[in-house]
Write a protein of this length. Structure first.
Length: 97
């Protein structure tokens, strides 16, 4: 997987969320990450959200796919809705036969 992000947006993300957009690669690669289409489509591109746990906290990466490249838009602590959705999806995985 190739990763890219805008350096200006990375600085903004560090100030706002306390982490680099580069952390998004660890989230997406996490074995229990769940990739979900976001409700927003910008400029014809579908955005995705991928929540995954790190250090006893759930983090979410927002990104677009461009071929084999993932371009990160935002990375931060998951909000209440993302936490509920993740919990429901993980619970659904464990209930399968």
């Amino acid at each position: 997987m190739d990763v890219e992000f805008d350096s200006v947006k990375d600085a903004i993300n560090r100030d706002k969320h306390g982490v680099s957009l580069a952390f998004g690669a660890r989230i997406v690669d996490h074995p229990v990450a769940i990739e979900l289409p976001s409700s927003r489509e910008i400029d014809g591109e579908i955005r995705y959200k991928a929540p995954a746990p790190f250090d006893e906290r759930l983090w979410t990466a927002v990104f677009v796919r461009r071929g084999t490249t993932i371009r990160f838009i935002s990375v931060g602590k998951s909000n209440d809705g993302e936490r509920r959705l993740y919990k429901d999806r993980v619970k659904g995985r464990s209930e399968r036969p």
